[in-house]
Design a protein around this ligand. Structure first.
Ligand SMILES: Cc1cc2nc3c(=O)[nH]c(=O)nc-3n(C[C@H](O)[C@H](O)[C@H](O)COP(=O)(O)OP(=O)(O)OC[C@H]3O[C@@H](n4cnc5c(N)ncnc54)[C@H](O)[C@@H]3O)c2cc1C
Length: 432
């Protein structure tokens, strides 16, 4: 059996290891946890979700919904485990964070073709290898990858995580269960704020003391994961039009739409822990407690985890990688996950899948599966490796990177659905 190494058992590495093992390769999977932890990982299990427990939207009219459906149809391990550990969250696929990681770990550890090695890898080994050590790759491995490419072609931005609170500490006399527009079941806890409460909150948030993060400036954050205090500084109404938007939510106490609403999403299957949606932050911990306790329903909130921020490192992939996430100079050395510049849990998993099935085909001297640019999974890989992209930034999947339709379709939702159906038809028909 040909042996393939996979380094890092996060979202990308777990998926890659599974796909290779399922195709009959002997996989040696190296993961440094729990011997060595990154600053954002807390548990020993694989595929740990470092911040939100949501894998985002789950409808086909939504690009990440399409990417998930593609992965489901392709037999993704991450999607199987996510679907099996789902917790209700309106139109999103949210999971029980520990149940999900526990299940991925159990499936990987019990696969007869996978050997798990608990070690920090500090050199880029000879191929065949897939390196998926994530945005928080250990320092020694970061340096090794820099040396490997003969340059420091590493870019970075900052990513923040949101805090978690216990259900029993939320004042439910000032909050209520509902989903926006009453769609689906009432999955979120909604904490209303009056105009005065909101204004005082935004003032304190904008001025609150931040934790020291070396090299961090407000402009250097990923727009999709911007710290809540950075948003507050951009203008008084920024949050009210962002994560605190009240539209589609009616406070049963007043019968009206509140001025602003903080939403809390269930974080585990037991339903005793909730996360503050959109509250990525890097305030000092006492400041998080002081300022977030100004939200009326959270005046006595017990924080089981505070938000944190970390430097998030990725490769200059348009210069270095091909559309299979492999080194252009040596296709037996591939990279996957956030370190390639894809952004997000599902995107990381998708890159792990594509890197693995491409490597498998190359090893078996078969044609590499052609996902094209009509599928979300293929379009993402093409975007990341597109050498004409001048200023490369991490990329969430979106319909803008997928090939446009050849025919005109009226209405955005109809158009997106047509793109999704075309993609699923392509997957069905293609050689895998
Ligand atoms: C603070 C923060 C918050 C984030 N919040 C979100 C969010 O809310 N939603 C979202 O979609 N995405 C979020 N992200 C992005 C998130 O990291 C990715 O979406 C996803 O986890 C990346 O998957 P990955 O497999 O590339 O890396 P990871 O899931 O981080 O996995 C990498 C694995 O490699 C291991 N490793 C590292 N170095 C070595 C080494 N030298 N040897 C062996 N093993 C090693 C690590 O221990 C880890 O298990 C966040 C990222 C950060 C840093």
């Amino acid at each position: 059996m040909t042996e393939v190494r996979v380094i890092g058992a996060g979202l990308a590495g777990s998926e890659a290891a599974w796909q290779l093992a399922e195709r009959g390769f002997a996989v040696r999977l190296s993961e440094m946890k729990p011997v060595k932890m990154t600053p954002a990982h807390h548990c020993a299990d694989f595929a740990e979700l470092v911040c939100s427990n949501s894998l985002r939207g789950d409808r086909l009219e939504n690009a990440v919904g399409l990417l998930k459906e593609e992965l489901r149809r392709l037999g993704s391990l991450i999607l199987q485990c996510a679907d099996a550990t789902r917790v209700e969250a309106g139109g999103c696929l949210a999971v029980d964070r520990y149940g999900f990681s526990g299940m991925v770990t159990e499936r990987i550890r019990s696969h007869p073709n996978i050997t798990v090695i608990s070690e920090e890898v500090t050199e880029v080994p000879a191929g065949p290898v897939i390196i998926a050590t994530g945005p928080l790759t250990s320092d020694a491995m970061s340096e090794a990858i820099g040396r490997y490419f003969g340059q420091t072609d590493y870019l970075h931005f900052f990513d923040a995580a949101a805090p978690l609170v216990t259900l029993e500490s939320i004042d439910m006399t000032k909050a209520w269960y509902a989903s926006r527009y009453d769609r689906g079941s009432a999955d979120y806890i909604n904490c209303a704020m009056t105009r005065e409460e909101y204004q005082a909150f935004v003032r304190e948030l904008a001025a609150a003391e931040e934790a020291e993060v070396h090299g961090f400036e407000d402009k250097n954050v990923f727009e999709g994961c911007m710290p809540v205090e950075v948003m507050a500084r951009r203008g008084e109404d920024t949050l009210r039009y962002g994560p605190l938007k009240p539209v589609g939510l009616r406070d049963p106490a007043t019968g009206r739409e509140p001025y602003a609403v903080v939403q809390l999403r269930r974080d585990n299957a037991a339903g005793n822990i909730y996360n503050l949606v959109g509250f990525q932050t890097h305030l000092r911990f006492p400041e998080q407690k002081r300022v977030f306790s100004m939200i009326p329903a959270l005046h006595d909130a017990e924080f089981v985890r505070y938000g944190v921020m970390h430097r998030n490192t990725f490769l200059n992939s348009p210069k270095l990688l091909d559309a299979c996430y492999a080194d252009r100079r040596d296709p037996m050395v591939a990279f996957a996950g956030q370190m390639t510049g894809v952004e997000g849990y599902v995107e990381s998993c998708a890159s792990g899948y594509l890197a693995a099935v491409s490597m498998a085909a190359r090893l078996e001297e078969r044609p590499v599966p052609d996902f094209g640019t009509v599928t979300a999974i293929g379009a993402l890989a093409h975007y990341v490796s597109d050498s004409t992209v001048a200023s490369f930034q991490p990329m969430n999947v979106n319909f803008g990177i997928i090939a446009p339709l050849e025919q005109r379709v009226r209405g955005k939702a109809n158009k997106n659905l047509a793109i999704a159906n075309r993609s699923l038809a392509h997957l069905e028909a293609m050689e895998k």
